[in-house]
Design a protein around this ligand. Structure first.
Ligand code: AMP
Length: 368
């Protein structure tokens, strides 16, 4: 049986690696012939709007899913006429648009930072004065890893800064903007959840995420010193969203912890970087559970395994020396096989264990 995947990057590669022991093959579509999922599964090279390539992707596939949220919704809609698409294209559409996403969160009672949409310079000025500085202006669409964002500080230069932000963020982008109040968060967390075809639902323990230069650097699970009420709140957010979207598969919600409360920043309708630790750190990983879910198979346990504490570090721009890294006790290395480039996620390493300090120290040794 074949799982078709839109996108052939490291997430698709890890989906393929998780699917193999279940006897499931993976076929990915990616515009790049170098897409790394092609090292472990079948790769169709083509654009996401090339119907001939889409037909090739879907031929004989039991189900089609996606590994990143910027696949055109029209592509997934086209594919629904040829195979089953999970999660539903609607989740993709919401996940692509920061305004729709935040409106949905708010409607479902999930807390968000104060925000306003804007599509012209005057609207942006109004939105900034309604939300108040400090605030962040983001493109509604196609932003990732902190790209397409400008932070605005209060003060006499604010109006000029608003106009400059408008010019910068709308150059080559007509998808509109969102202004969000800066959340003085204590830390960033994420919750990963999975829902099956039968409505079965599970979450993994809340993860604490640390970024460097807008890119995720380290995830720790479970988030240290976590108030159990926050896990319950995160589970409720995730369950509400997944039920509302009639969602099948894994979904991640990025959260801010602020003053003992959770606010949702954004959702990713796919497997997520902050869940990579689940490969070694939980009974059934996010990748295997996503595959199980989209094929209508029973979900696996999301309980922690291997000692109950996990830390994942991303390997960005340059891979650490393989021999040295593999010699570090307890470190599990994932090299995606990508060509190095500054700022590019080339791999990750995970350490699991019983003691938070020891696990963190072992993970830190990977980075040098
Ligand atoms: P995003 O692309 O929305 O995930 O934003 C990238 C990063 O910018 C987040 O991980 C946060 O560190 C920061 N950020 C985004 N939105 C806000 C906000 N409203 N308040 C404070 N920090 C934010």
């Amino acid at each position: 049986m074949i799982t078709a995947v839109l996108g052939g990057g490291q997430l698709a590669r890890m989906l393929a690696l998780a699917a193999a022991p279940l006897g499931l093959r993976t076929r990915c579509l990616d515009p790049s012939p170098d897409a790394v999922a092609g090292h472990v599964g079948e790769l169709v090279v083509g654009a996401f709007d090339d119907e001939a390539r889409l037909a090739e992707l879907a031929a004989g596939a039991a189900v089609c899913t996606f590994e990143f949220e910027n696949v055109p919704v029209s592509t997934t809609q086209w594919l629904t006429r040829h195979t089953t698409v999970r999660p539903h294209p609607r989740a993709l559409g919401v996940g692509q648009d920061r305004v729709l996403e935040k409106e949905l969160f708010r409607r479902l009672g999930i807390g968000v930072a104060d925000f306003r949409a804007a599509s012209s310079r005057d609207e942006l000025r109004e939105a900034v004065s309604a939300v108040g500085a400090p605030c962040i202006v983001k493109t509604r669409r196609l932003g990732y890893d902190g790209k397409g964002q400008v932070r605005l500080a209060p003060g006499p230069e604010l109006t000029a800064a608003v106009d400059a932000a408008f010019a910068e963020l709308t150059a080559g982008n007509d998808g509109g903007l969102i202004v969000e109040r800066v959340v003085p968060f204590d830390r960033e967390l994420s919750v990963l959840a999975v829902r099956g075809v039968d409505g079965a639902f599970a979450t993994w323990p809340l993860v604490q995420n640390e970024h460097e230069g807008g890119i995720l650097r380290r995830s720790r699970a479970p988030a240290p010193d976590l108030d159990p009420a926050l896990q319950r709140a995160a589970n409720d957010f995730a369950r509400t969203l997944l039920v509302e979207l009639d969602y099948v598969g894994v979904l991640a919600v990025e959260l801010f912890e602020v003053g003992g409360r959770l606010l949702a920043n954004e959702m990713a309708p796919r497997v997520h970087n902050s869940g990579h630790w689940t490969i070694e750190g939980s009974v059934c990983s996010q990748f295997e559970n996503h595959v199980r879910a989209v094929h209508g198979l029973p979900l696996g346990s999301t309980e922690m395994a291997g000692g109950g504490v996990a830390t994942m570090v991303n390997l960005i721009g340059r891979m650490p020396e393989r021999r040295r890294t593999l010699g570090l006790p307890g470190v599990r290395l994932h090299d995606y096989g990508k060509a190095p480039r500054p700022g590019r996620k080339l791999g990750h390493a995970t350490v699991v264990g019983t003691e938070r300090a020891a696990v963190d120290a072992a993970a830190a040794r990977v980075l040098g």
